[in-house]
Design a protein around this ligand. Structure first.
Ligand SMILES: [Zn+2]
Length: 90
C-alpha cells in the first residue's frame, strides 16, 4: 500500500532541474511541480492549505505505479486514434 511514488500522495513533487548560473555553470535546483503522474491518471486535485502537513488523498486508495502507467498509455492511445482520425479527414 504505497501512495503515489512520485509525490507521496500530496499532488506535488520536487524534481531537480538544471539551472545555468551567471558564471555559466550548470547546477541543479529543486522545484515544486504538480505531480505529473497524478495528473496523468486524471487525479489532479486542487491545492489545499494543509497539503504540506496532511496529504489530501489520505483516504483515497493509492494507485499502483503500474496502473498509473497503464492509464496513461490508454489515454495516449485514445489521443493517437483521435489524431489519426482527424488526419484522415484532411
Ligand atoms: Zn503523485
Amino acid at each position: 500500500m504505497n501512495p503515489c511514488r512520485w509525490c507521496d500522495g500530496t499532488g506535488t513533487w520536487h524534481p531537480e532541474k538544471p539551472h545555468r548560473s551567471e558564471a555559466g555553470e550548470i547546477t541543479w535546483i529543486q522545484v515544486a511541480e504538480t505531480c505529473r503522474m497524478c495528473v496523468g491518471i486524471g487525479e489532479e486535485q486542487p491545492r489545499q492549505e494543509t497539503a504540506s502537513s496532511q496529504p489530501a488523498r489520505s483516504n483515497a486508495p493509492p494507485v499502483p505505479y503500474r496502473d498509473a502507467l497503464r492509464a496513461e498509455r490508454e489515454r495516449l492511445t485514445t489521443r493517437l486514434q483521435e489524431i489519426d482520425a482527424a488526419l484522415s479527414d484532411l
